[in-house]
Design a protein around this ligand. Structure first.
Ligand SMILES: CC(C)(COP(=O)(O)OP(=O)(O)OC[C@H]1O[C@@H](n2cnc3c(N)ncnc32)[C@H](O)[C@@H]1OP(=O)(O)O)[C@@H](O)C(=O)NCCC(=O)NCCS
Length: 237
């Protein structure tokens, strides 16, 4: 748990140039507070303590201005800047290293139950006031401009602006830059950010290694999920 808190604090320093000290972050950063409370609220939700989870989420909203449904699944190193006015719906799914600003809504467009909120893949950035609506997927590394209203799937690495949101910068589907950058970051390889897509045999070799690691990670995740399902079945029988 302390590792998670340390990681969340570290993220504030990485992505908020105004952050000055750890104590200041803990005491005055509503985004940090909201995500920390959400980790606890989501844990309550998974333990089927629904009312307690909702009450705690309501309290979190009261002190931070950030409304995250306790059922929402949020990955590691999630960064919320400013916080006020953010709404994240129950069936939202957020990958690792995602950043969002104040006034963002991850909302539904139907009153039907089931998956009705967006999925944000790793490294997505959502600008202030943007609304992302429906069970759509925002591809890894995509950037959503402030005040955009997005109602359709967005490809990996694209930049989207306007109402309705339209892509202004699109990366080739075969461009794995966002995915590779995410993997490089995960293993702490900062120098990767220095590359400017120069044709370089060492860079090519490194890209292959990063792609392979990404694939292995995905397979490990799938295996983990399968093992969890099997162990749940064994425990219930
Ligand atoms: C969308 C965004 C990521 C694009 O950044 P960028 O890659 O530097 O792109 P540019 O600024 O070159 O803009 C590309 C085009 O989109 C337009 N554009 C950029 N942001 C826009 C927005 N939010 N709404 C409408 N159009 C926008 C630009 O005018 C430009 O149009 P042009 O090519 O016709 O001149 C950025 O503008 C943005 O909105 N970031 C969110 C920042 C934020 O919310 N900060 C809050 C801090 S408190």
């Amino acid at each position: 748990m302390f590792d998670t808190i340390k990681e969340e604090i570290q993220v504030v320093f990485e992505r908020d140039p105004a952050a000055r000290s750890t104590l200041e972050t803990i005491l005055t950063c509503p985004g940090f507070q909201a995500i920390l409370f959400h980790r606890f609220n989501h844990w309550l939700w998974n333990k089927k303590l629904y009312l307690l989870a909702r009450l705690s989420a309501h309290f979190t909203r009261f002190i931070t201005g950030v409304e995250i449904h306790p059922g929402a699944k949020i990955g590691r190193r999630f960064f919320i800047d400013h916080g006020m006015g953010i709404v994240i719906g129950e069936t939202s799914e957020i990958g690792d290293d995602v950043s969002i600003y104040h006034g963002v809504t991850l909302g539904g467009t139907t009153w039907q139950k089931g998956k009705r909120h967006p999925t944000l893949e790793d490294n997505v950035v959502v600008g202030a006031g943007a609304k992302i609506l429906g069970p759509i997927t925002i591809g890894a590394g995509a950037r959503i401009g402030c005040n955009a209203v997005v109602v359709k799937d967005i490809p990996m690495g694209a930049t989207v602006v306007g109402v309705p949101g339209h892509v202004v910068v699109k990366k080739d589907n075969n461009d794995k830059t966002a995915q590779r950058e995410a993997m490089a970051k995960k293993i702490g390889f900062d120098a990767y950010a220095e590359r400017k897509d120069m044709p370089d045999p060492i860079q090519n070799a490194l890209d292959s290694v990063l792609d392979h690691m990404h694939k292995t990670d995905q397979e490990m995740d799938e295996l983990k999920k399968k093992l969890e399902t099997i162990s749940k079945k064994i425990n219930n029988s």
